[in-house]
Design a protein around this ligand. Structure first.
Ligand code: B12
Length: 284
């Protein structure tokens, strides 16, 4: 970290706040180093430094002694907060998660398991649809903020349209993918839930993205994709699929003439990078 940045953070946000020696030198304790690491991680994730300082202070106030909590413990806490409709507590847990872990871990080990647990409880009748809707809406909102914070790709970076298949309202996996793709420098347009294939293909013809990525959960969505298979294949040089329907049957992606990426966004982005590179290399 450049010393000038540390001094600027201290002056503007009071974060970190090292002690001074008698001769005025800054003495950074372990706790200050953790604050700096956390601030840096936020800033690298695209969070403005002023907001990063707010989040770090909130997480310190929530009890820095809990530091080191793994994703499972954070997810359990988040589940309880969301079932309680306790948004400030959920914010604190997510703040702590971001402070402790890289974005990919927060998505894969905190947010995704939280949704699965909420889904299981809803499925068993332990919580209502209303509870489940609150939790999904809250997390979707947080992911949309992360998506807008992760912007700013190079104009020549490979581009992708990310959409949910027809009839599919399960958006969170696709949103996570969009966030991580942007973080890796791709230009991403996120189209959202239940996207008609004809409209997606028309948009792809107009915008000429390098890739079209589609998420599907249920068999009805899979059938709708199959019905427009020929059009889909024309949409972009790379057409790839993911989501629960494909996790259960990865070969379905090949039957559609596209690629299955992975059942988690980290591996999916890696595989996507390899596909994009091999297409770029094959271009005349
Ligand atoms: C939240 C939720 C909803 C919310 C969605 C809100 C939203 N804005 O997204 C709402 C309330 C809309 C909903 C509705 C329904 N749901 Co629902 N829902 C869930 C729940 C609880 C969580 C889903 C989720 O977000 N998971 C977290 C994400 C991150 O995981 P994921 O989707 O599996 O994605 C991962 C990978 O697949 C990958 N990925 C995802 N997309 C993509 C795309 C690409 C290109 C790539 C590479 C990777 C990738 O990334 C993720 C990595 O972790 C699940 C329970 C569960 N166990 O998952 C049920 C669940 C998915 N729903 C289910 C059902 C049955 C329904 C309904 C039919 C219920 C009903 N009777 O109305 C409707 C269908 C609505 C529709 N037309 O789509 C079933 C699906 C069963 C099936 N296989 O078909 C589940 C499993 C619940 C259950 N146990 O029965 N649901």
């Amino acid at each position: 970290m450049p010393a000038a940045t540390l001094r600027q953070w201290e002056r503007r946000y009071g974060c970190p706040k090292p002690e001074r020696s008698e001769s005025g030198y800054r003495l950074y304790a372990d706790a200050d180093l953790r604050v700096i690491e956390t601030m840096k991680r936020y800033v690298d994730d695209g969070v403005p430094a002023s907001r990063a300082a707010d989040l770090v202070r909130a997480s310190l106030a929530a009890g820095a002694d809990r530091e080191g909590r793994a994703g499972t413990a954070l997810s359990a806490d988040l589940v309880e907060a969301l079932i309680d409709l306790d948004e400030p507590r959920a914010d604190r847990v997510l703040g702590e998660a971001h402070a402790l872990h890289p974005l990919e871990t927060v998505l894969g080990e905190v947010i995704a398991p939280t949704l699965v647990e909420i889904g299981d409880r809803w499925h068993d009748g332990r919580i209502t649809t209303a509870n489940e809707h609150f939790a999904s809406s809250y997390l979707q909102g947080r992911l949309l903020s992360l998506l807008s914070l992760a912007g700013g790709a190079h104009p020549d970076a490979p581009s992708a349209l990310v959409a949910c298949a027809p009839h599919d309202r399960h958006e969170i996996g696709a949103l996570m993918l969009a966030v991580v793709l942007r973080r890796h420098g791709y230009r991403v347009s996120y189209l959202g839930a239940d996207t008609p294939v004809a409209d997606l293909v028309a948009l792809a013809f107009e915008r000429k993205p390098d890739a079209v990525l589609i998420s599907a959960t249920g068999v009805e969505s899979l059938a709708a994709l199959n019905a427009r298979r020929e059009d889909l294949l024309q949409a972009a040089p790379v057409v790839a699929f993911g989501g629960r329907a494909f996790d259960a049957d990865p070969a379905a992606a090949e039957r559609l003439g596209g690629h299955y990426l992975a059942d988690n966004v980290v591996d999916a982005v890696e595989r996507f990078g390899a596909l994009i590179r091999s297409h770029a290399a094959a271009r005349p």
